[in-house]
Design a protein around this ligand. Structure first.
Ligand code: HEC
Ligand code: HEC
Length: 451
């Protein structure tokens, strides 16, 4: 069925129903006038009300999208018409004039019954099939550590690897981090062994003093460094103390909630004083306390398959709320934007703000890639003798940078070295519709430095 056609179809049916309600009203009033023993005001009122309801429903439906129209039609209008027919039948019965009930009432009743049955049946079928299986979410309170660590794995890597895309979940960690021994992208620390490393990190001289001193608040997040007892309440470890009692759990939690509390040597901007890692408990990633702990459980047990003795986070309890959001959701589907989303939604979904500062997008303060000031920068790139791409104008350059980031690797003027090649994912082309790409390119092409 073509969308336009069915669009017209529902509207047409709604109007037909309204006209029909008008006809019934006129018919009833007529009958009442002919006979004295029937209450004109009462029946006129009843069928007048039907007419009004029908009219309101029809005009409500005009403003709806096609999907809404269909469910509204079957949910509300058909019901109204059936009630109308029933009442009409009662009217004829009570007035003892059922012999006079016009053929149209019988035909109409027949037609409506059949089509409602058919439509109900076809509507019901696919819904039955696509009903999701009961979620593993009801496990709150009776979840095992193995399941909890698995939940952490899913938050990091996604439930399923989708062909052509990096295994990546809602936590987005693999966008930057590697997790296997010896595998280094070079821009972000490998998280292998973090379960043990965390506890020794907090004893380092650098940890005590840079970039913030232990016991002092980190300006960007307000988190008091090295003080688990001062962590925001929902995220706080039960029984947490001060710096002396910090364990690897506390270190990993602090790394996620306050990346700049400690910047791993060689991995930060501004002389390792500022972390380019996003705050995991804040948008766009926004992991809940249960999710943060699940990630920690995974990281603490990743190197000892089947052995969870090194995990220190507690299992979530029923009062912590549901684990549903964390385990369900988008991860099972390939990441894709269609172009019907708002520009901000698309950009956040694709993760651009994790690496780029993008004027006009709230919270887009990433620093692993160049700030997107393409209105001015793009043409300079094209003029660079190193540029070997095909773009001749700003939009073409932006599109090329998204579809094929390695064609030209941008120079980081501040650090006087090239930005890392291969860090920007090369597979955005699989995650965008043509429309979405056009909209993003239009938007990015207009970005410029503020002020
Ligand atoms: C946009 C890139 C990016 C993303 C996404 C990201 N990180 Fe990081 N992360 C970094 C960088 C860069 C550092 C090193 C600088 C620092 O210490 O903050 C780092 C440091 C860390 C550290 C400290 C490592 C050490 O050796 O002490 C931990 C732990 C960590 N990240 C965990 C995570 C987790 C868990 C996630 C996902 C929930 C994540 N990160 C997502 C970039 C990222
Ligand atoms: C994991 C980090 C990362 C993510 C995510 C990322 N980028 Fe990039 N991007 C980079 C890096 C690093 C560079 C510079 C290296 C290069 O040119 O390939 C870059 C370069 C660019 C450039 C060229 C900038 C210039 O001034 O020449 C554009 C445009 C761009 N990215 C757009 C995007 C868009 C749009 C998204 C989201 C759909 C995105 N990037 C997601 C890291 C990232």
């Amino acid at each position: 069925m073509l969308p336009e056609q069915s669009d017209v179809l529902w509207t047409f049916l709604a109007i037909t129903f309204s006209v029909f309600a008008l006809y019934v009203f006129a018919n009833v009033v007529n009958h009442c006038r002919e006979r004295e023993d029937v209450g004109t005001t009462f029946w006129g009122g009843v069928f007048g009300a039907f007419l009004v309801v029908m009219f309101i429903e029809t005009s409500t439906m005009m403003g709806m999208s096609q999907d809404e129209q269909m469910s509204f039609f079957f949910g509300k209008m058909v019901l109204t018409v059936l009630l109308l027919l029933l009442t009409w039948g009662v009217f004829f019965k009570s007035a003892d004039i059922q012999d006079q009930s016009p053929p149209i009432i019988r035909a109409f009743f027949w037609w409506t019954t059949i089509s409602v049955l058919l439509a109900g049946y076809t509507n019901w079928l696919p819904q039955q099939r696509s009903d999701p299986p009961p979620k593993a979410a009801a496990i709150v309170g009776e979840i095992t550590m193995e399941e909890y660590a698995e939940m952490g794995r899913v938050i990091i890597f996604g439930a399923k690897q989708v062909a052509g895309q990096k295994a990546i979940g809602k936590g987005q960690c693999p966008l930057c981090h590697t997790f296997e021994a010896g595998n280094n992208i070079g821009r972000c620390p490998n998280l292998f062994g973090i379960g043990e490393r965390g506890a020794t990190r907090v004893k380092e001289e650098r940890y005590l003093n840079e970039p913030v001193k232990v016991g002092e608040p980190e300006p960007a997040t307000g988190v008091i460094k090295g003080s688990p007892q001062d962590v925001q309440e929902e995220y706080r470890r039960e029984g947490a103390g001060g710096h002396d009692s910090m364990n690897s759990e506390d270190y990993i939690r602090e790394s996620m909630m306050c990346p700049t509390c400690y910047v791993v040597k060689g991995f930060g901007g501004a002389g390792d004083l500022k972390s380019p890692m996003p705050i995991i408990s804040k948008p766009p990633i926004s992991l809940s306390p249960i999710e943060v702990n699940a990630v920690i459980a995974y990281l603490q047990s990743a190197e000892t398959p089947g052995d969870f003795s090194a995990v220190t986070v507690p299992l979530p309890s029923a009062d912590d709320g549901s684990t549903e959001e964390a385990s369900g959701g988008d991860e099972e589907q390939p990441l894709f934007v269609t172009g019907s989303e708002s520009i901000e939604e698309m950009i956040n979904k694709l993760g651009c703000p994790l690496c780029h500062t993008i004027p006009g997008v709230e919270g887009a303060v990433g620093e692993l890639g160049p700030p997107l000031h393409e209105k001015t920068n793009a043409m300079n790139r094209i003029k660079d003798p190193r540029y070997k791409g095909k773009a001749t104008n700003t939009k073409e350059y932006v599109k090329e940078s998204i579809l094929d980031p390695s064609i030209y690797v941008v120079m980081n003027e501040g650090e006087n070295e090239l930005y890392p090649d291969g860090l920007m994912p090369p597979n955005f082309k699989n995650m965008l519709s043509v429309e979405a790409l056009d909209k993003i390119v239009d938007f990015i092409s207009e970005t410029e430095a503020k002020g």
